[in-house]
Write a protein that binds this ligand. Sequence first.
Ligand code: S3P
Length: 169
Amino acid sequence: MPDNIILIGFMGSGKTTMGIRLSYRLRQTFLDTDRLIEKEENRSITDIFAADGEEYFRKKETEMLEQLLKETSGQVISVGGGTPLREKNRELLHKLGKVIYLKVSPETVYERLKGDNTRPLLQGENPMEKIKALLQERNGIYEETADVIICGDGKDCQQILDEMMEVCK
Ligand code: S3P
């Protein structure tokens, strides 16, 4: 059974930042499924969404998890914010290892991502409304998928990292 640590959570929750730090601390490799998909497809997520749509990207996410399940153990893996939405993916995430949900408020996401143009789902008018609606839709799924929930609001990286290390003992 693979013993990876998987970070899930909304866009801008700090999965990548914290995943890199955690992997240093654990002396493990860090993998980010968004980046792996971009590499495999040789184009950005924005381009994938624009050319082939969200469903195509979701299919790629599932395939990537299946691939990782065959190949990885003892690594820190960050997945895209929408990955846990598919039931099949939730199953795969659990098989991959311990799932940590990095939970943050819509305000935190907004502050971190204002001006960002790399998240297709948050582009256009009223990003705060989009963040709130999507978070409300997804929070229950994230909580249900998680083995452990860590709240990121109002904490610095060191505090979050310490909490993660406790979980990884
Ligand atoms: C998405 C989150 C993004 C990326 C894609 C879709 C989502 O990843 O996978 O834009 O549906 O929440 P991050 O959570 O790493 O930003």
